[in-house]
Design a protein around this ligand. Structure first.
Ligand SMILES: [Zn+2]
Length: 290
């Protein structure tokens, strides 16, 4: 790693294998409590990997998970990581209105803070679901006193994306210091490519992510924001047979190779918590142009 390279933001979206957006039409929320949980063992493996590499990160947890696994929240916080919010039960923000979003935010925050014994100041929308359809969302986050959100994918994608959004930290609400810190994209031939993790990191060769993060760090001088999920390092997770083929392909490809790729990534670049990244980015974040 280079002296002078920005410290990037490392994040884990803490949800179980049955809570992912890709399966929401085949697994009912009412059935969640009966399913075999894997989130705790997978997060413990991630904590061990981060401890080996000596890195701190942010864990965006579902309130639903925090309520059922309070000891896990406490272990994450005690290991020096930031515990932040990923909403209550993975409902997408663009399917809510301002009032139901406010309720979802405050209920999940209480559950996570009670479990972790630490304040929650950051938020990540499920499936990056803050976009042009939710002009009220950042205002609700600002009203509730959040310091930052990392809820926007500034790219065109079939499931999500706000393609016109700024690529780096910005101030979405004129009257507030709230920052939005989008997940990383890299520029290639004038186009924005999703390069901040998830399925792209798992499916594409490691070299693509290395190129993209170097490009953002060195050519643009900005920190990257990377995310992954506990189920992505778990090849033994139960298989969802009735999901559409496309969802299954996305979800199950390269689970075996993921832990090794992540170990390489965390060693090759400088990483830290999202709240620390937000503090460093605050000075140069521009207001969102009206
Ligand atoms: Zn999620």
């Amino acid at each position: 790693m280079n002296a002078g390279s920005p410290v990037n933001g490392l994040s884990v979206d803490v949800e179980d294998w049955f809570q992912v957006g890709a399966f929401e039409n085949v697994i009912e929320r009412a059935d969640w409590p009966a399913l075999a949980t894997r989130v705790e063992r997978n997060c413990d493996a991630i904590l061990a990997m981060f401890a080996d590499a000596g890195v701190s990160a942010t864990f965006f947890a579902l309130g639903w998970v925090a309520k059922r696994h309070p000891a896990l929240m406490r272990r994450i916080a005690d290991a020096g990581h930031e515990v932040a919010s990923h909403g209550w039960d993975h409902a997408r923000v663009f399917r809510m209105d301002a009032a139901s979003f406010a309720r979802d935010l405050s209920e999940s925050r209480s559950a996570i803070e009670d479990a972790a014994g630490a304040p929650v100041t950051g938020y990540r929308a499920p499936s990056f679901s803050i976009d042009h359809r939710t002009p009220w969302a950042h205002e609700v986050l600002a009203e509730q006193g959040y310091t930052y959100s990392s809820s926007v994918a500034p790219v065109a994608h079939d499931h999500y994306g706000w393609r016109e959004a700024p690529r780096f930290a910005f101030r979405p609400v004129a009257s507030s210091a709230l920052l939005e810190i989008p997940v990383t994209t890299a520029l290639f031939a004038g186009r924005r490519l999703a390069a901040g993790g998830g399925g792209f990191f798992r499916v594409l060769p490691y070299g693509f992510s290395r190129w993209a993060i170097r490009q953002v760090n060195r050519a643009e001088g900005r920190p990257a924001v990377f995310y992954f999920h506990p189920w992505e390092i778990d090849p033994e997770q139960p298989r969802v047979a009735h999901a559409p083929l496309r969802s299954r392909l996305r979800h199950y490809t390269n689970l075996d190779g993921m832990a090794g790729k992540l170990a390489q990534l965390v060693r090759e670049f400088a990483w830290g918590r999202m709240d620390a990244l937000a503090a460093r980015e605050a000075a140069r974040a521009l207001p969102l142009a009206a």
